[in-house]
Design a protein around this ligand. Structure first.
Ligand code: FAD
Length: 475
Protein backbone atom coordinates (compact mmCIF):
# COMPACT_ATOMS: atom_id res chain seq x y z
CA UNK A 1 0.00 0.00 0.00
CA UNK A 2 1.62 3.29 -1.08
CA UNK A 3 1.66 6.29 1.24
CA UNK A 4 -1.31 8.50 0.43
CA UNK A 5 -1.39 12.27 0.90
CA UNK A 6 -3.96 15.01 0.39
CA UNK A 7 -1.33 17.20 -1.28
CA UNK A 8 2.02 16.30 -2.81
CA UNK A 9 4.30 19.14 -3.87
CA UNK A 10 7.03 18.33 -6.41
CA UNK A 11 9.92 20.77 -5.93
CA UNK A 12 11.12 22.37 -2.71
CA UNK A 13 12.09 25.85 -3.92
CA UNK A 14 10.29 29.00 -2.69
CA UNK A 15 7.17 28.07 -4.65
CA UNK A 16 7.08 24.46 -3.49
CA UNK A 17 8.20 24.56 0.12
CA UNK A 18 5.95 27.51 0.91
CA UNK A 19 2.97 25.80 -0.79
CA UNK A 20 3.65 22.66 1.28
CA UNK A 21 3.83 24.58 4.56
CA UNK A 22 0.63 26.52 3.80
CA UNK A 23 -1.19 23.33 2.77
CA UNK A 24 -0.13 21.66 6.02
CA UNK A 25 -1.23 24.73 8.02
CA UNK A 26 -4.65 24.36 6.39
CA UNK A 27 -4.92 20.81 7.72
CA UNK A 28 -3.89 18.79 4.68
CA UNK A 29 -1.71 15.72 5.00
CA UNK A 30 1.13 17.09 2.85
CA UNK A 31 4.37 15.83 1.33
CA UNK A 32 7.11 17.74 -0.47
CA UNK A 33 9.58 16.04 -2.82
CA UNK A 34 12.84 17.77 -3.66
CA UNK A 35 15.89 16.36 -5.36
CA UNK A 36 18.54 19.04 -4.65
CA UNK A 37 21.68 17.56 -3.06
CA UNK A 38 24.23 19.34 -0.91
CA UNK A 39 27.95 18.65 -1.32
CA UNK A 40 27.64 15.57 0.92
CA UNK A 41 24.70 14.21 -1.08
CA UNK A 42 22.16 15.12 1.60
CA UNK A 43 18.96 17.11 1.11
CA UNK A 44 19.22 20.83 0.38
CA UNK A 45 15.66 22.14 0.01
CA UNK A 46 15.13 25.74 -1.05
CA UNK A 47 15.63 25.31 -4.78
CA UNK A 48 17.54 27.62 -7.09
CA UNK A 49 16.78 30.55 -4.82
CA UNK A 50 18.43 29.12 -1.73
CA UNK A 51 21.20 27.06 -3.32
CA UNK A 52 22.38 28.95 -6.41
CA UNK A 53 20.24 32.07 -6.65
CA UNK A 54 18.85 34.78 -4.42
CA UNK A 55 20.55 33.84 -1.16
CA UNK A 56 24.14 32.96 -2.20
CA UNK A 57 24.26 35.89 -4.62
CA UNK A 58 23.27 38.29 -1.85
CA UNK A 59 25.88 36.74 0.47
CA UNK A 60 28.62 37.39 -2.12
CA UNK A 61 27.27 40.85 -2.89
CA UNK A 62 27.48 41.67 0.82
CA UNK A 63 31.05 40.39 1.16
CA UNK A 64 32.22 42.21 -1.95
CA UNK A 65 30.48 45.39 -0.83
CA UNK A 66 32.30 45.27 2.52
CA UNK A 67 35.55 44.84 0.58
CA UNK A 68 34.77 47.81 -1.64
CA UNK A 69 33.82 49.96 1.35
CA UNK A 70 36.99 49.05 3.19
CA UNK A 71 39.03 49.89 0.09
CA UNK A 72 37.33 53.07 -1.04
CA UNK A 73 35.00 54.51 1.60
CA UNK A 74 36.39 53.81 5.08
CA UNK A 75 38.96 56.58 4.69
CA UNK A 76 36.13 59.15 4.38
CA UNK A 77 35.04 58.12 7.87
CA UNK A 78 38.53 58.52 9.25
CA UNK A 79 39.15 54.77 9.36
CA UNK A 80 42.49 53.58 8.01
CA UNK A 81 42.92 49.90 7.38
CA UNK A 82 46.16 49.64 5.46
CA UNK A 83 46.05 47.31 2.47
CA UNK A 84 42.85 45.29 2.43
CA UNK A 85 42.96 41.78 1.07
CA UNK A 86 40.25 39.29 0.18
CA UNK A 87 40.32 35.58 1.00
CA UNK A 88 37.99 34.33 -1.74
CA UNK A 89 37.85 30.79 -0.35
CA UNK A 90 36.66 32.14 3.01
CA UNK A 91 34.08 34.39 1.33
CA UNK A 92 32.72 31.41 -0.63
CA UNK A 93 32.73 29.23 2.52
CA UNK A 94 30.71 31.90 4.36
CA UNK A 95 28.27 31.98 1.46
CA UNK A 96 27.98 28.16 1.63
CA UNK A 97 27.26 28.40 5.33
CA UNK A 98 24.51 30.99 4.75
CA UNK A 99 22.99 28.59 2.20
CA UNK A 100 23.20 25.69 4.67
CA UNK A 101 21.46 27.71 7.38
CA UNK A 102 18.59 28.28 4.95
CA UNK A 103 18.47 24.58 3.89
CA UNK A 104 18.37 23.54 7.55
CA UNK A 105 15.74 26.16 8.30
CA UNK A 106 13.42 24.70 5.66
CA UNK A 107 13.91 21.14 6.96
CA UNK A 108 13.05 22.46 10.44
CA UNK A 109 9.92 24.20 9.08
CA UNK A 110 8.81 20.95 7.41
CA UNK A 111 9.08 19.17 10.77
CA UNK A 112 7.35 21.97 12.63
CA UNK A 113 4.44 21.96 10.17
CA UNK A 114 4.34 18.16 9.82
CA UNK A 115 5.16 18.18 6.12
CA UNK A 116 6.58 14.78 5.05
CA UNK A 117 9.79 15.42 3.13
CA UNK A 118 11.05 13.06 0.43
CA UNK A 119 14.56 13.51 -0.93
CA UNK A 120 14.69 12.44 -4.56
CA UNK A 121 13.22 13.04 -7.98
CA UNK A 122 9.44 13.02 -8.27
CA UNK A 123 7.80 11.87 -11.48
CA UNK A 124 4.25 11.15 -12.51
CA UNK A 125 3.38 7.46 -12.85
CA UNK A 126 -0.35 7.47 -13.51
CA UNK A 127 -3.71 8.96 -12.56
CA UNK A 128 -5.99 6.35 -11.00
CA UNK A 129 -9.29 6.53 -9.12
CA UNK A 130 -9.01 10.27 -8.46
CA UNK A 131 -5.46 9.95 -7.19
CA UNK A 132 -2.13 10.75 -8.80
CA UNK A 133 0.68 8.23 -8.35
CA UNK A 134 4.13 9.76 -8.06
CA UNK A 135 7.40 7.89 -8.05
CA UNK A 136 10.12 9.23 -5.77
CA UNK A 137 13.57 8.17 -6.90
CA UNK A 138 16.07 8.91 -4.16
CA UNK A 139 18.35 6.66 -2.14
CA UNK A 140 15.48 4.17 -2.53
CA UNK A 141 12.50 4.18 -4.85
CA UNK A 142 8.89 4.37 -3.75
CA UNK A 143 5.54 5.39 -5.15
CA UNK A 144 3.30 7.75 -3.19
CA UNK A 145 -0.12 9.06 -4.15
CA UNK A 146 -2.13 12.23 -3.68
CA UNK A 147 -5.43 13.83 -4.52
CA UNK A 148 -3.79 17.18 -5.29
CA UNK A 149 -0.38 17.73 -6.87
CA UNK A 150 1.42 21.07 -6.95
CA UNK A 151 4.28 21.16 -9.44
CA UNK A 152 7.01 23.66 -8.50
CA UNK A 153 10.00 22.34 -10.40
CA UNK A 154 11.51 25.76 -11.17
CA UNK A 155 13.84 26.67 -14.01
CA UNK A 156 17.36 26.14 -15.36
CA UNK A 157 19.85 28.60 -16.82
CA UNK A 158 19.51 29.03 -20.59
CA UNK A 159 22.58 27.90 -22.53
CA UNK A 160 24.03 29.90 -25.37
CA UNK A 161 23.99 27.75 -28.53
CA UNK A 162 27.52 26.46 -29.13
CA UNK A 163 28.71 27.41 -25.63
CA UNK A 164 27.56 24.71 -23.24
CA UNK A 165 28.15 25.38 -19.54
CA UNK A 166 31.25 23.56 -18.29
CA UNK A 167 31.15 25.50 -14.97
CA UNK A 168 34.91 25.86 -15.26
CA UNK A 169 35.30 28.48 -18.01
CA UNK A 170 31.73 28.98 -19.22
CA UNK A 171 29.63 29.53 -16.15
CA UNK A 172 25.94 29.52 -15.33
CA UNK A 173 24.77 31.16 -12.12
CA UNK A 174 25.89 27.97 -10.37
CA UNK A 175 29.56 28.24 -11.42
CA UNK A 176 29.51 32.04 -11.09
CA UNK A 177 28.82 31.62 -7.38
CA UNK A 178 31.74 29.21 -6.94
CA UNK A 179 34.63 30.98 -8.68
CA UNK A 180 37.66 30.11 -6.55
CA UNK A 181 39.90 33.11 -7.25
CA UNK A 182 39.25 36.59 -8.62
CA UNK A 183 39.58 36.31 -12.41
CA UNK A 184 41.72 38.98 -14.04
CA UNK A 185 39.23 39.36 -16.85
CA UNK A 186 35.60 38.31 -16.62
CA UNK A 187 33.06 38.35 -19.44
CA UNK A 188 29.32 38.41 -18.85
CA UNK A 189 26.85 37.73 -21.64
CA UNK A 190 23.51 39.27 -20.75
CA UNK A 191 22.95 42.44 -18.74
CA UNK A 192 19.88 41.27 -16.86
CA UNK A 193 19.54 41.07 -13.10
CA UNK A 194 21.78 38.01 -12.67
CA UNK A 195 24.52 39.24 -15.03
CA UNK A 196 24.71 42.64 -13.35
CA UNK A 197 24.69 41.22 -9.83
CA UNK A 198 27.39 38.64 -10.57
CA UNK A 199 29.42 41.12 -12.62
CA UNK A 200 29.28 43.56 -9.70
CA UNK A 201 30.58 40.99 -7.20
CA UNK A 202 33.70 40.19 -9.21
CA UNK A 203 34.26 43.79 -10.36
CA UNK A 204 34.31 44.92 -6.72
CA UNK A 205 36.89 42.23 -5.96
CA UNK A 206 39.17 43.49 -8.72
CA UNK A 207 38.18 41.69 -11.94
CA UNK A 208 38.03 43.64 -15.18
CA UNK A 209 34.43 42.97 -16.19
CA UNK A 210 32.94 43.34 -19.67
CA UNK A 211 29.20 42.85 -20.13
CA UNK A 212 27.92 42.05 -23.61
CA UNK A 213 24.22 42.66 -24.17
CA UNK A 214 22.24 41.81 -27.30
CA UNK A 215 19.50 44.38 -26.78
CA UNK A 216 20.18 47.92 -27.99
CA UNK A 217 18.75 49.40 -24.77
CA UNK A 218 20.16 48.89 -21.28
CA UNK A 219 17.69 47.35 -18.79
CA UNK A 220 14.80 47.68 -21.22
CA UNK A 221 12.20 46.59 -18.65
CA UNK A 222 13.28 49.27 -16.19
CA UNK A 223 11.98 52.85 -16.16
CA UNK A 224 14.01 54.82 -18.73
CA UNK A 225 15.22 57.42 -16.22
CA UNK A 226 16.40 54.73 -13.81
CA UNK A 227 18.08 52.70 -16.57
CA UNK A 228 19.96 55.81 -17.73
CA UNK A 229 21.19 56.57 -14.21
CA UNK A 230 22.13 52.91 -13.67
CA UNK A 231 24.19 52.79 -16.87
CA UNK A 232 25.98 55.98 -15.82
CA UNK A 233 26.76 54.62 -12.35
CA UNK A 234 27.88 51.15 -13.46
CA UNK A 235 30.11 52.63 -16.15
CA UNK A 236 31.63 55.01 -13.57
CA UNK A 237 32.37 52.00 -11.36
CA UNK A 238 34.34 50.42 -14.18
CA UNK A 239 31.89 47.87 -15.62
CA UNK A 240 32.35 47.89 -19.39
CA UNK A 241 28.89 47.49 -20.92
CA UNK A 242 28.45 46.98 -24.66
CA UNK A 243 24.90 47.07 -25.97
CA UNK A 244 23.42 45.79 -29.23
CA UNK A 245 26.05 43.10 -29.77
CA UNK A 246 25.61 39.90 -31.75
CA UNK A 247 27.56 36.90 -30.46
CA UNK A 248 29.17 34.92 -33.31
CA UNK A 249 31.26 32.32 -31.50
CA UNK A 250 32.47 31.32 -28.06
CA UNK A 251 35.70 29.32 -27.82
CA UNK A 252 36.80 27.81 -24.54
CA UNK A 253 40.34 26.51 -23.98
CA UNK A 254 43.07 26.08 -21.40
CA UNK A 255 43.82 29.80 -21.35
CA UNK A 256 40.20 30.90 -20.92
CA UNK A 257 37.40 31.95 -23.24
CA UNK A 258 37.33 34.00 -26.42
CA UNK A 259 34.06 35.55 -27.52
CA UNK A 260 33.78 36.70 -31.12
CA UNK A 261 30.96 39.15 -31.70
CA UNK A 262 29.75 42.04 -33.81
CA UNK A 263 29.35 45.34 -31.97
CA UNK A 264 26.36 47.65 -32.43
CA UNK A 265 28.00 49.09 -35.60
CA UNK A 266 28.37 45.58 -37.01
CA UNK A 267 32.17 45.57 -36.58
CA UNK A 268 33.79 42.23 -35.74
CA UNK A 269 35.24 42.18 -32.20
CA UNK A 270 36.95 39.69 -29.94
CA UNK A 271 36.90 39.54 -26.16
CA UNK A 272 39.38 37.29 -24.37
CA UNK A 273 38.54 36.55 -20.73
CA UNK A 274 39.54 34.10 -18.01
CA UNK A 275 35.95 33.19 -17.24
CA UNK A 276 32.64 33.83 -18.97
CA UNK A 277 29.28 34.03 -17.20
CA UNK A 278 26.33 33.40 -19.49
CA UNK A 279 23.16 34.91 -18.06
CA UNK A 280 20.70 35.10 -20.93
CA UNK A 281 17.58 34.04 -19.09
CA UNK A 282 16.15 30.85 -17.68
CA UNK A 283 14.01 28.06 -19.06
CA UNK A 284 11.16 26.33 -17.21
CA UNK A 285 12.20 22.93 -15.89
CA UNK A 286 10.12 19.77 -16.28
CA UNK A 287 13.06 17.41 -16.85
CA UNK A 288 12.33 13.96 -15.45
CA UNK A 289 8.78 14.83 -14.37
CA UNK A 290 7.29 12.41 -16.90
CA UNK A 291 4.42 14.74 -17.78
CA UNK A 292 3.43 12.38 -20.63
CA UNK A 293 2.28 9.74 -18.15
CA UNK A 294 -0.66 11.91 -17.14
CA UNK A 295 -0.91 14.27 -20.13
CA UNK A 296 0.16 17.45 -18.35
CA UNK A 297 0.21 20.20 -21.00
CA UNK A 298 3.32 22.31 -21.68
CA UNK A 299 3.55 25.39 -23.90
CA UNK A 300 6.09 25.99 -26.68
CA UNK A 301 8.62 27.32 -24.11
CA UNK A 302 8.34 24.16 -22.05
CA UNK A 303 6.40 25.94 -19.29
CA UNK A 304 3.46 24.16 -17.69
CA UNK A 305 0.26 25.71 -19.03
CA UNK A 306 -1.80 27.26 -16.22
CA UNK A 307 -4.69 29.65 -15.94
CA UNK A 308 -4.74 32.74 -13.72
CA UNK A 309 -5.35 30.50 -10.70
CA UNK A 310 -2.36 28.18 -11.42
CA UNK A 311 -4.68 25.35 -12.50
CA UNK A 312 -3.20 23.08 -15.18
CA UNK A 313 -5.15 21.15 -17.83
CA UNK A 314 -5.55 18.25 -15.34
CA UNK A 315 -8.02 18.20 -12.46
CA UNK A 316 -6.33 18.83 -9.09
CA UNK A 317 -2.90 19.37 -10.63
CA UNK A 318 -1.53 22.86 -10.05
CA UNK A 319 1.76 24.52 -10.98
CA UNK A 320 3.53 27.56 -9.52
CA UNK A 321 6.73 29.57 -9.75
CA UNK A 322 9.36 29.61 -12.49
CA UNK A 323 7.87 26.56 -14.23
CA UNK A 324 4.80 28.61 -15.25
CA UNK A 325 4.22 31.97 -16.97
CA UNK A 326 5.01 35.26 -15.28
CA UNK A 327 8.08 36.80 -13.73
CA UNK A 328 10.76 34.40 -12.53
CA UNK A 329 10.99 35.75 -8.99
CA UNK A 330 11.09 33.90 -5.68
CA UNK A 331 8.39 36.04 -4.04
CA UNK A 332 6.07 35.54 -7.03
CA UNK A 333 6.57 31.76 -6.66
CA UNK A 334 5.84 31.98 -2.92
CA UNK A 335 2.66 34.01 -3.40
CA UNK A 336 1.42 31.52 -5.99
CA UNK A 337 2.24 28.63 -3.63
CA UNK A 338 0.19 30.17 -0.82
CA UNK A 339 -2.69 31.03 -3.16
CA UNK A 340 -2.86 27.47 -4.56
CA UNK A 341 -2.87 25.86 -1.09
CA UNK A 342 -5.70 28.21 -0.10
CA UNK A 343 -7.64 27.46 -3.30
CA UNK A 344 -7.33 23.71 -2.58
CA UNK A 345 -8.87 24.49 0.81
CA UNK A 346 -11.78 26.25 -0.93
CA UNK A 347 -10.51 29.70 -0.03
CA UNK A 348 -9.89 32.60 -2.41
CA UNK A 349 -6.12 32.73 -2.76
CA UNK A 350 -5.06 35.74 -4.79
CA UNK A 351 -1.88 37.04 -6.41
CA UNK A 352 -1.83 40.63 -7.61
CA UNK A 353 0.61 40.63 -10.53
CA UNK A 354 0.45 44.44 -10.72
CA UNK A 355 2.12 44.86 -7.36
CA UNK A 356 4.96 42.37 -7.60
CA UNK A 357 8.16 44.25 -6.77
CA UNK A 358 11.38 43.84 -8.77
CA UNK A 359 14.82 44.37 -7.32
CA UNK A 360 18.36 44.41 -8.70
CA UNK A 361 20.82 44.16 -5.81
CA UNK A 362 23.66 46.07 -7.42
CA UNK A 363 25.12 49.23 -5.97
CA UNK A 364 23.16 51.42 -6.36
CA UNK A 365 20.23 49.07 -5.83
CA UNK A 366 17.35 49.31 -8.26
CA UNK A 367 13.77 48.52 -7.28
CA UNK A 368 10.42 49.14 -8.82
CA UNK A 369 6.75 48.26 -8.75
CA UNK A 370 4.01 49.03 -11.24
CA UNK A 371 4.33 50.68 -14.61
CA UNK A 372 7.27 52.65 -16.03
CA UNK A 373 7.00 56.08 -17.66
CA UNK A 374 7.55 54.53 -21.08
CA UNK A 375 4.73 52.01 -20.46
CA UNK A 376 2.33 54.74 -19.34
CA UNK A 377 3.17 56.75 -22.46
CA UNK A 378 2.66 53.71 -24.69
CA UNK A 379 -0.66 52.96 -22.95
CA UNK A 380 -1.76 56.59 -23.42
CA UNK A 381 -2.28 57.10 -19.68
CA UNK A 382 -2.17 60.70 -18.44
CA UNK A 383 0.17 60.76 -15.44
CA UNK A 384 2.07 63.07 -13.14
CA UNK A 385 5.64 62.32 -12.06
CA UNK A 386 7.44 63.36 -8.87
CA UNK A 387 11.13 62.71 -8.31
CA UNK A 388 13.39 63.28 -5.32
CA UNK A 389 17.18 62.79 -5.30
CA UNK A 390 18.93 61.04 -2.39
CA UNK A 391 21.46 63.90 -2.63
CA UNK A 392 18.91 66.01 -0.75
CA UNK A 393 18.24 63.38 1.94
CA UNK A 394 20.01 63.78 5.29
CA UNK A 395 20.24 60.06 6.07
CA UNK A 396 21.74 59.34 2.63
CA UNK A 397 24.38 62.02 3.28
CA UNK A 398 25.14 60.53 6.68
CA UNK A 399 25.44 57.09 5.09
CA UNK A 400 27.75 58.53 2.45
CA UNK A 401 25.57 57.20 -0.37
CA UNK A 402 23.62 59.88 -2.19
CA UNK A 403 23.36 58.22 -5.60
CA UNK A 404 20.00 58.03 -7.34
CA UNK A 405 16.43 59.02 -6.66
CA UNK A 406 12.86 57.95 -5.94
CA UNK A 407 10.33 58.54 -8.69
CA UNK A 408 6.57 58.24 -8.22
CA UNK A 409 4.14 58.11 -11.13
CA UNK A 410 0.52 58.88 -10.35
CA UNK A 411 -2.66 59.09 -12.39
CA UNK A 412 -3.14 62.67 -13.61
CA UNK A 413 -6.76 62.77 -12.50
CA UNK A 414 -7.23 60.41 -9.57
CA UNK A 415 -3.66 60.72 -8.17
CA UNK A 416 -3.60 56.91 -7.71
CA UNK A 417 -0.02 55.63 -7.68
CA UNK A 418 0.72 53.75 -10.92
CA UNK A 419 4.41 53.04 -10.48
CA UNK A 420 7.33 53.70 -8.14
CA UNK A 421 10.93 53.51 -9.32
CA UNK A 422 13.92 53.73 -7.04
CA UNK A 423 17.64 53.71 -7.70
CA UNK A 424 19.82 54.27 -4.67
CA UNK A 425 20.70 53.04 -1.19
CA UNK A 426 18.44 50.31 0.25
CA UNK A 427 16.03 50.54 -2.69
CA UNK A 428 15.20 46.86 -2.01
CA UNK A 429 13.79 47.80 1.40
CA UNK A 430 12.26 51.13 0.40
CA UNK A 431 10.14 49.55 -2.33
CA UNK A 432 7.94 47.75 0.24
CA UNK A 433 6.21 50.99 1.20
CA UNK A 434 5.36 51.56 -2.45
CA UNK A 435 4.08 47.99 -2.86
CA UNK A 436 1.87 48.40 0.19
CA UNK A 437 0.60 51.76 -1.05
CA UNK A 438 -0.26 50.34 -4.48
CA UNK A 439 -1.89 47.24 -2.97
CA UNK A 440 -4.19 49.59 -1.03
CA UNK A 441 -4.70 51.78 -4.11
CA UNK A 442 -3.15 54.75 -2.35
CA UNK A 443 -2.75 58.14 -3.99
CA UNK A 444 0.54 60.04 -4.05
CA UNK A 445 -1.13 62.45 -1.63
CA UNK A 446 -1.63 59.57 0.86
CA UNK A 447 2.14 58.99 1.01
CA UNK A 448 2.80 62.74 1.08
CA UNK A 449 0.65 63.06 4.21
CA UNK A 450 2.09 60.08 6.12
CA UNK A 451 4.63 60.93 8.83
CA UNK A 452 8.01 59.33 7.93
CA UNK A 453 10.81 58.98 10.49
CA UNK A 454 13.63 61.52 10.31
CA UNK A 455 16.32 61.07 9.26
CA UNK A 456 15.47 58.11 7.06
CA UNK A 457 15.87 57.18 3.42
CA UNK A 458 12.10 56.67 3.32
CA UNK A 459 11.65 60.43 3.58
CA UNK A 460 12.75 60.46 -0.07
CA UNK A 461 9.62 58.47 -0.94
CA UNK A 462 7.48 61.00 0.90
CA UNK A 463 9.30 63.85 -0.85
CA UNK A 464 8.82 62.18 -4.26
CA UNK A 465 5.10 61.99 -3.43
CA UNK A 466 5.15 65.69 -2.55
CA UNK A 467 6.97 66.31 -5.84
CA UNK A 468 4.04 64.77 -7.72
CA UNK A 469 2.11 67.85 -6.51
CA UNK A 470 5.15 70.11 -7.04
CA UNK A 471 5.59 70.86 -3.35
CA UNK A 472 8.79 69.14 -2.19
CA UNK A 473 10.01 70.61 1.05
CA UNK A 474 13.68 69.64 0.93
CA UNK A 475 14.60 70.12 -2.71
P1 FAD B 1 13.24 26.69 -7.83
O1 FAD B 1 13.75 27.60 -6.80
O2 FAD B 1 14.06 26.51 -9.06
O3 FAD B 1 13.03 25.29 -7.13
C1 FAD B 1 12.68 24.15 -7.83
C2 FAD B 1 13.11 22.95 -7.02
O4 FAD B 1 12.50 21.79 -7.57
C3 FAD B 1 14.60 22.69 -7.04
O5 FAD B 1 15.05 22.40 -5.74
C4 FAD B 1 14.76 21.46 -7.92
O6 FAD B 1 15.87 20.66 -7.57
C5 FAD B 1 13.46 20.75 -7.63
N1 FAD B 1 13.02 19.82 -8.67
C6 FAD B 1 12.91 20.02 -9.99
N2 FAD B 1 12.39 18.95 -10.61
C7 FAD B 1 12.17 18.04 -9.64
C8 FAD B 1 11.62 16.72 -9.63
N3 FAD B 1 11.18 16.17 -10.74
N4 FAD B 1 11.57 16.08 -8.44
C9 FAD B 1 12.00 16.65 -7.29
N5 FAD B 1 12.51 17.89 -7.25
C10 FAD B 1 12.58 18.58 -8.40
N6 FAD B 1 14.52 35.92 -7.36
C11 FAD B 1 14.17 36.88 -6.48
O7 FAD B 1 12.98 37.07 -6.24
N7 FAD B 1 15.11 37.65 -5.85
C12 FAD B 1 16.43 37.51 -6.10
O8 FAD B 1 17.25 38.21 -5.52
C13 FAD B 1 16.83 36.51 -7.02
N8 FAD B 1 18.13 36.32 -7.28
C14 FAD B 1 18.50 35.32 -8.13
C15 FAD B 1 19.84 35.16 -8.40
C16 FAD B 1 20.25 34.17 -9.26
C17 FAD B 1 21.72 33.98 -9.52
C18 FAD B 1 19.28 33.31 -9.85
C19 FAD B 1 19.69 32.20 -10.76
C20 FAD B 1 17.94 33.48 -9.61
C21 FAD B 1 17.53 34.49 -8.76
N9 FAD B 1 16.18 34.72 -8.49
C22 FAD B 1 15.82 35.72 -7.63
C23 FAD B 1 15.12 33.90 -9.10
C24 FAD B 1 14.63 32.84 -8.12
O9 FAD B 1 15.72 32.04 -7.72
C25 FAD B 1 13.54 31.99 -8.74
O10 FAD B 1 12.53 32.81 -9.25
C26 FAD B 1 12.94 31.05 -7.72
O11 FAD B 1 13.92 30.19 -7.19
C27 FAD B 1 11.82 30.21 -8.33
O12 FAD B 1 11.30 29.37 -7.35
P2 FAD B 1 10.63 27.98 -7.73
O13 FAD B 1 10.16 27.41 -6.44
O14 FAD B 1 9.66 28.17 -8.82
O15 FAD B 1 11.80 27.09 -8.35
Amino acid sequence: MSKQFDVVVIGGGPGGYIAAIRAAQLGFNTACIDEWKNAAGGPAPGGTCTNVGCIPSKALLQSSEHFEHANHHFADHGISTGKVSMDVAKMVARKDNVVKQNNDGILYLFKKNKVSFFHGRGSFVAAKDGLYEIKVAGAAEEVISAKHVIVATGSNARQLPGAAFDEENILSNDGALRIGAVPKKLGVIGSGVIGLEMGSVWRRLGAEVTVLEGMPAFLAAVDDGVAKEALKQFTKQGLKIELGVKIAEVKSGKKGVTVSYANAKGEAQELAVDKLIVSIGRVPNTIGLNVEAVGLALDERGAIVVDGDCKTNLPNVWAVGDVVRGPMLAHKAEEEGVAVAERIAGQHGHVNFNTIPWVIYTSPEIAWVGRTEQQLKADGVAYKAGQFPFLANGRARALGDTTGFVKILADAKSDEILGVHIIGPMASELISEAVMAMEFKASAEDIARICHAHPSLSESTKEAALAVDKRTLNF
